[in-house]
Design a protein around this ligand. Structure first.
Ligand code: R5P
Length: 241
């Protein structure tokens, strides 16, 4: 396992590089998670040093609190309307820049913000880059009402795709299921490999109690992968090279 301090250096390298994509006056989406938090800190520092204005929309209560505490102006997405750029982390990314997100249970708002942006850029360390998605458990946000019936429907969908693993309600807080910022539960799918992410996404999206899954397909345009020595590698979708 990679030393967490090394991983943090890599995340910081990616975050620093991403701050250079931000231009004065931009409408900017702020992601959630440890990498996105480093970006928010780096961005706040740059804004303070250079004194320019930005309009930010955040993807979680945690990011709203962090950004606001650092002096960034955070507004409701609906008050901004549309975003120029969103910068966020990811749990996994494949060579097509398809992603798994939601390790921090924020993927619903993250997907709304990312798809309401002209560009989404992912920042990550090398450990997030995979050949095929699925090693990281796939989060599926479900409405608490009837969640067990929803879980049955998710199981049947997995069966149809010959995926034998079962969805699990495993994220707990104070002995109760963890609630997302939108008051929903998370089912985790430990799939190990997702042979066809588009097919799985379609199946999951067609289930009534599923609010959103953590597959981000065809949404990210650029990934900035940080290295412990402070350098970065940029990955673009193959069809965009
Ligand atoms: O729900 C959380 C988000 O999708 C995060 O962006 C993702 O889990 C990556 O987080 P981290 O940068 O902490 O690995």
């Amino acid at each position: 396992m990679t030393d967490p301090a090394i991983t943090d250096l890599s995340k910081d390298a990616a975050a620093r590089a991403a701050t250079l994509l931000v231009e004065p006056g931009m409408r900017l989406g702020l992601g959630t998670g440890s990498t996105a938090a480093i970006f928010v800190r780096r961005l706040a520092q740059r804004v303070q040093d250079e004194g320019f204005a930005l309009r930010c929309a955040a993807t979680s209560k945690a990011t709203t609190e962090l950004a606001t505490s650092l002096g960034l102006k955070v507004e409701e997405l609906d008050d901004i309307g549309w975003l120029d750029l969103t910068i966020d982390g990811a749990d996994e990314l494949d060579p097509d820049l398809n992603l798994i997100k939601g390790g921090g249970a924020a993927h619903l708002r993250e997907k709304i913000v990312a798809t309401a942006s002209d560009r989404m850029v992912v920042i990550a360390d090398q450990g997030k880059v995979v050949e095929q998605l699925g090693q990281f458990h796939l989060p599926v946000e479900v409405i608490p009402f009837g969640w067990q019936a929803t879980r049955t429907l998710v199981t049947r969908a997995l069966d149809r795709l010959d995926l034998t693993q079962r969805p699990v309600l495993q994220r707990m807080r104070d002995g109760k299921p963890l609630l997302t910022d939108e008051g929903n539960f998370i089912l985790d799918l430990a799939l190990e490999a997702i042979p066809d992410a588009y097919e799985l996404a379609d199946e999951l999206s067609s289930i009534a109690g599923v609010v959103e899954h953590g597959l981000f397909l065809n949404i990210c345009q650029l990934a900035i992968i940080g290295r412990p020595d402070g350098s970065v590698v940029e990955l673009r979708r193959e069809d965009m090279e």
